[in-house]
Design a binder for this molecule. Structure first.
Ligand SMILES: Cc1cc2nc3c(=O)[nH]c(=O)nc-3n(C[C@H](O)[C@H](O)[C@H](O)COP(=O)(O)O)c2cc1C
Length: 220
């Protein structure tokens, strides 16, 4: 698969086969992601990969915090507002998903179920957590975003599926404590990774993108 095809066919996977991915394969993906560009080659990314019984234990902790109504405290604050065009895109995403799967996004039971599925890593055999020193500037956050996309593309090129998950950072303190990551680090993102279950209906939904004319300005 060439690079453009890889970019265009990657999608968020929300149902995985449970079999673990060999460490060597995961390491190859990290090795590829490490080639991402960064401001002055600072490489401001650190990675923790949780698997097996440890992953299940972490899921249990996160679900318990959620069920007891613990206030979320992500290191990167949850967005409070969007620009009107982005609000529209979110609405459109929800409308299409609701149309396809018959989901009622205003149903608190659905929201609960969806959050718990996130905390269960959507059944993936591994969870990858990306973090960096909390003192780093905004450029470093930008850089770790590039790393995340490279990682997801390398995974896709290796026949694996991924989904980036802000929800996995909801209880950042608990995640860092469990993974042995110092408090001085900023937990940026969780990514579930594994073999995609392509038979599952969840993975048949493709998100849209706006027309390029909405985002590109030509000056000539
Ligand atoms: C920073 C970030 C956070 C995200 N958080 C979540 C999440 O918590 N749970 C989830 O199911 N998907 C999450 N997503 C996936 C997006 O919903 C998805 O990328 C978007 O709808 C586009 O779909 P695609 O990835 O299939 O192209 C996140 C994506 C990004 C980039």
């Amino acid at each position: 698969m060439d690079a453009v095809e890889c970019i265009k066919t990657r999608m968020s996977i929300r149902k995985f086969k449970p079999e673990p991915v060999p460490k060597k394969v995961l390491l190859n993906i990290i090795d590829a992601a490490k080639r991402s560009p960064s401001y002055k080659n600072t490489q401001p990314w650190e990675v923790a990969i949780v698997s097996g019984a440890k992953k299940d234990e972490l899921s249990k902790i996160l679900i318990e915090l959620f069920e007891k109504g613990e206030k979320t405290s992500p290191d990167i604050p949850e967005p409070l507002s969007w620009t009107p065009n982005m609000e529209m895109r979110i609405k459109e995403l929800f409308r299409k998903r609701s149309e396809r799967f018959g989901i009622d996004f205003s149903d608190p039971e659905y929201i609960k179920k969806a959050k718990k599925a996130n905390f269960r890593f959507y059944g993936a055999p591994h969870g990858i957590f990306l973090f960096q020193d909390a003192s780093l500037p905004q450029w470093s956050l930008f850089d770790i975003g590039l790393f995340a996309q490279s990682l997801m593309l390398a995974a896709h090129a290796s026949g694996l599926g991924t989904v980036p998950q802000a929800f996995l950072t909801d209880y950042a303190g608990a995640v860092k404590e469990f993974l042995g990551i110092p408090e001085s680090k900023r937990l940026v993102l969780g990514i579930s990774i594994g073999r995609p279950d392509l038979e599952d209906k969840t993975n048949s939904f493709r998100t849209d993108r706006v027309d390029s004319s909405e985002i590109v300005k030509w000056i000539e």
